[in-house]
Ligand binder design. Sequence first.
Ligand code: PMP
Length: 442
Amino acid sequence: PYDGPTRDEVIALRHQYLSPGILTYYAEPMMIVEGKMQYVYDEKGTRYLDAFAGIVTVSVGHCHPSVIDKVKAQTDKLQHTTTIYLHPTIAQFAQKLASKMPQTSGTTGQPLDKTYFTNSGSEANEIAILSARETTGNHDVIALRNGYHGGTANTMGLTAHGTWRFKSNNPSGIAHTHPGYCYRCPYNLEYPSCDLKCAHDVKNVIEYQTSGEIAAFIGEPIQGVGGAVVPPAEYFQIVYDIVREHGGICIADEVQGGFGRTGTHYWAHQNFNVQPDMITMAKGIGNGAPLAAMTTTADISKTMANRVHFNTYGGNPISVTQGLATLEVIDEEGIQENALTVGTYLKDALLELQNKQPLIGEVRGLGLMLGVELVKDRTTKAPAKEECASIVEHAKTLGLLLGKGGLHGNTIRLKPPMCITQDDADFIVAVLDEALTAQNKH
Ligand code: PMP
């Protein structure tokens, strides 16, 4: 049993010693002191199904035994020296990642087999933007509205939710175009008669807001923080073609959608039949390790050698051991297949629930990257922000941890560890049903 400081003592310590910028999620902040596969436990030993997986990091399960065994063995042997010395695991892990890259780059035709390791998704995206600018000689980068790419200077600029952007930080050379968010079409059109105006609009953005020659386009194939927004099948093909006509490199941010989470494919972008030139990864890559990466072609990666670039902890032996062990579990335990089976089952059950619960405006997503957008009224689609917040609170009291997303925080995000079972899916739906019903009575 847990014998550390009490929850109240920890709250007091946080107030006194941690930056108020470090937010907590619930009205009564939770303390989580243990995790086992799809479950986490608070200090009293209460078990919760973790349907948010530490914000989509825990891909194969909390403290997965074979991951933990390998990390423990590595910790005993060597923790850290930095990449100025050789170590086998960083090289083996990069080889493993290259083996998972399905297609060649749509721009250079070369395989994606050169990886730069960092400690966070923000850093991986910074390296991606830097590499694209160095390679093309252009400065402007196009990103998507409703996207999230990180909290460093440039990646906060790429992020397109006012809630995540500070007033004093506005980097140059970033413009935003429309995502394929059909439920909230900015033109009030219907797919497919819309002819994907949202995708074609990137041409206007490039022509009106940049010199016409750009460094890159970056987009999450399925928007994560934005609320599991899945564009139409041909959306990214249209955008990538226009971007390449204007000299840009295409970057897929696979931080949330990668590693089998969409079930149908290992990478989320494969659902849209495109060939990115760079892939950025974090979160699920290491099952919770501070580990991230940018993988690209030989030609594009060369630019990182234009100057000295150094990342002290990037690719450290412990993180890459955890990453390699995670990728092995994904292969060995049929994790992607489980994301497809249980994810499809869960999505079908949520669609069924939508018939009964008027607050549910849309159920969307692929595999175990699902979103349930809540609206006060299905005609006006007014975001049910407060309702969403209280459903997330209510679900906690019933033993379920959920995520929230979208500009208005009105989309429930379901992205559990990919080892969850059909019984867990039933539990998620039963809890949502109960919490939604309670809202209707208010
Ligand atoms: N890209 C995406 C799609 C993300 O969801 C996040 C984190 N939520 C990041 C990048 C940034 O990752 P990190 O917090 O590790 O810097």
